[in-house]
Design a protein. Structure first.
Length: 537
C-alpha cells in the first residue's frame, strides 16, 4: 500500500494564509497598500485638525482648584464605570460568539478542516485586537484633548493618558470577549464576574464603599492631575487578556461563528447603504433580543378602542426585553449626566446627550418603523398614511419623556441643586421631542420613497446629500439640548429658566416642522409622482 502524505500544521497554515491573500487581492483589485495607507493618513490628519479647531472654538474656561479636587475624587469612579461597562459589553459579545466576524469561507472551510483552529484564527484575532485598541486610543485621546480645555496639565499629557486608558480598555474588553467565546470556562463565570464589577462600579459612583477595582484602574485617565501606581495593573490585565484570548480562541463555537458571520455581513451592507432601520434590526439580532411572552403592563380596553394606534405601540413597549429597558434607562441617565456637565461648563457634552437621546428615539419608534417596512399594508388601511405615521409618534414621546425623567432624577441625585429642578423639566421636554423627531427623520428618510430620489443625481450633488442625510437626524436630537447650553451660558447674570424657555420655544418650532413633514410627506411624494407621470405622458 502507498502511504498518503498528510500535510503538517505549517503547510495547512501556509495554505490558509495563501487563500486569504488571494481573496484580499480579488476584493481590493488593483488598489495598492500605499494608496490605502495614504487615505488612512489623510483621513486621520483631517479628523485631528477638525477636532483641534473645534476644541479651540469651544474654548471652555479652566475650572478652579475646588473643582479640580472634586474631579480627582469622583473622576476615577466614573472612568471605572466606563471600563466596567466596556468589560460587560465584551463579555456579552463573547457569550454570543464575538468579537470575531469571520468571512463565510473561513467558517465553512478553514474551521472545519483538520487544522489548528487557534493558529487559523490568529490573524483575524490580531486584526480585531489591533483595530479595537487603535479605536480606543484615538477616541479616548480625543476625549483627553477636550478634557484639557477644563483641567490643568496640558493637552499633550491629557491626550497621552486618555490614549493609554482607551487602548487598555479596548484590549481588556476584547480579550475578555475572546476568553468567553473560547469556552475554556463556563460562560456563567465571566458573565457573572462582569455584572458584579459593573454593579460594584455603580455603587462606587453612588458613594458607597469599598472602592471598586475599576475605580483604581480609572485613575489612569487622570494621571495629569497626579500619577497613581494603583492604575498600572490595568495595563497588565489588558495585555494578559488579549494574549491569552488569542491563544485559546480555537475553542470558538462553529455554530456561533456561522450565525455571527451572516448577521455581521448583512450589517455591514446595511451600513454602506445608510439603512439605519436594518442596522438597528441586525444589531438586535446580534444581541439576541427577543420580546417577552408576558407583558410588563396591560393597556385598558377602553383606551384601545379610542386610540388603537397608540394602544398597539404601547403593547409593543410592554413586550420589550429587559435589556432594552435597561439600555433606554441607562441612555436617559447618561443624557442627564451629560446635561449636568453642560451646566457646569463642559460644552462638548451636548454631543453625548444628543446621541444618547437619538438612540433612545430609535428604540422608541420601533412600531413606526414596522409600518414603514410594510407599505402595502399601510396603503390598505382606512386612514391617510401621514395621519397614521403621526399617530405613531405619541408612544415614542411618552417613552422619551420617561427616559428624560430618569436623567433628571440622576442629575439631581448627583448634585441636588435648585437649578436642576427649575431648568430640568424644560430640557426634558425639548430633549424628548428632539429625540423623537430625529428618530422619525431617520426612519422615514431611509424608506424607499426617499432613497429613490438620489438614484439619478450627479455625484457632485449625491455626495453632499449623503452627508446631510447621515448627519441631519442626530443633529436634530442635539438641537433638542440647546436650552441646556443657553441656560448654562446665561446663568451668571440672567434668569436661566427664562433663557431655557425662550430657546426651548425655538426648538419646539423645529420639532413642529418635522412633525408637519411626517404628516404631509406621503402626500408630497404622491403629488410629485403624479406630476412627473403627467409630464412624461
Amino acid at each position: 500500500m502507498t502511504a498518503v502524505a498528510v500535510p503538517g500544521v505549517e503547510q495547512t497554515h501556509d495554505a490558509a494564509v495563501d487563500l486569504r491573500a488571494t481573496r484580499r487581492r480579488r476584493r481590493l483589485g488593483d488598489t495598492q497598500w500605499g494608496d490605502l495607507a495614504y487615505r488612512v493618513y489623510t483621513t486621520a490628519m483631517v479628523s485631528f485638525t477638525i477636532l483641534v479647531l473645534l476644541s479651540g472654538w469651544v474654548g471652555d474656561s479652566q475650572v478652579d482648584a475646588a473643582a479640580v479636587r472634586s474631579v480627582q475624587d469622583v473622576g476615577p469612579a466614573w472612568a471605572g464605570l466606563l471600563l466596567a461597562v466596556a468589560l460587560l459589553g465584551g463579555v456579552r459579545s463573547g457569550s454570543r460568539g464575538g468579537p470575531l466576524a469571520l468571512e463565510g469561507t473561513d467558517v465553512h472551510h478553514l474551521l472545519l478542516a483538520p487544522t489548528n483552529r487557534s493558529l487559523t484564527l490568529r490573524r483575524p484575532t490580531v486584526g480585531v485586537l489591533g483595530y479595537g485598541a487603535l479605536t480606543g486610543l484615538v477616541t479616548m485621546g480625543m476625549v483627553g484633548l477636550l478634557m484639557s480645555q477644563r483641567l490643568p496639565g496640558g493637552p499633550t499629557a491629557w491626550m497621552a493618558s486618555g490614549a493609554v486608558f482607551g487602548a487598555a480598555m479596548a484590549a481588556l474588553a476584547l480579550g475578555s470577549a475572546l476568553l468567553t467565546s473560547s469556552r475554556v470556562m463556563p460562560r456563567a463565570v465571566p458573565v457573572l464576574t462582569a455584572w458584579v464589577l459593573a454593579l460594584w462600579a455603580v455603587a462606587d459612583v453612588a458613594g458607597y464603599r469599598p472602592t471598586a477595582p475599576t475605580t483604581y484602574a480609572g485613575r489612569m485617565l487622570f494621571w495629569p492631575l497626579g500619577s497613581d501606581a494603583r492604575a498600572a495593573p490595568l495595563l497588565v490585565l489588558a495585555v494578559a487578556a488579549a494574549v491569552i484570548g488569542t491563544l485559546v480562541v480555537g475553542g470558538l463555537s462553529i455554530e456561533a461563528a456561522r450565525r455571527r458571520t451572516l448577521l455581521v455581513g448583512q450589517l455591514r451592507f446595511a451600513v454602506t447603504q445608510q439603512d439605519m432601520r436594518s442596522v438597528v434590526l441586525l444589531r438586535r439580532q446580534l444581541a439576541a433580543e427577543r420580546p417577552r411572552n408576558r407583558p410588563w403592563f396591560k393597556v385598558p380596553r377602553s383606551f384601545g378602542r379610542r386610540f388603537p394606534v397608540t394602544t398597539r405601540d404601547l403593547q409593543s413597549v410592554a413586550h420589550w426585553p429587559p435589556i432594552r429597558l435597561l439600555r433606554v434607562a441607562v441612555l436617559g441617565a447618561g443624557a442627564g449626566l451629560a446635561v449636568r456637565g453642560i451646566w457646569q461648563g463642559t460644552t462638548p457634552l451636548i454631543l453625548v446627550a444628543g446621541l444618547a437621546a437619538f438612540i433612545v428615539g430609535l428604540d422608541a419608534t420601533e412600531p413606526l418603523a414596522q409600518d414603514v417596512d410594510h407599505p402595502t399594508l399601510v396603503a390598505s388601511l382606512p386612514v391617510a398614511e401621514g395621519v397614521l405615521m403621526l399617530r405613531h409618534l405619541v408612544q415614542p414621546v411618552i417613552v422619551a419623556l420617561l427616559a428624560g425623567v430618569v436623567g433628571l432624577v440622576v442629575a439631581w441625585a448627583v448634585d441636588p441643586a435648585p437649578e436642576v429642578l427649575r431648568v430640568g423639566p424644560v430640557i426634558v421636554v425639548t430633549g424628548a421631542l428632539g429625540a423623537v423627531a430625529s428618530a422619525a427623520v431617520s426612519v422615514l428618510y431611509g424608506s424607499g420613497q426617499d432613497n429613490s430620489a438620489g438614484v439619478l443625481m450627479m455625484p457632485e450633488v449625491a455626495g453632499p446629500r449623503l452627508v446631510i442625510r447621515t448627519a441631519w437626524p442626530p443633529t436634530v436630537a442635539i438641537i433638542g439640548f440647546l436650552p441646556a447650553l443657553a441656560a448654562a451660558r446665561a446663568r451668571s447674570g440672567t434668569d436661566a429658566v427664562g433663557v431655557a424657555v425662550t430657546v426651548g420655544l425655538a426648538v419646539l418650532v423645529l420639532v413642529a416642522m418635522v412633525f408637519t413633514w411626517v404628516r404631509f410627506r406621503a402626500d408630497l411624494h404622491r403629488a410629485l409622482a403624479e406630476s412627473m407621470g403627467g409630464a412624461t405622458t
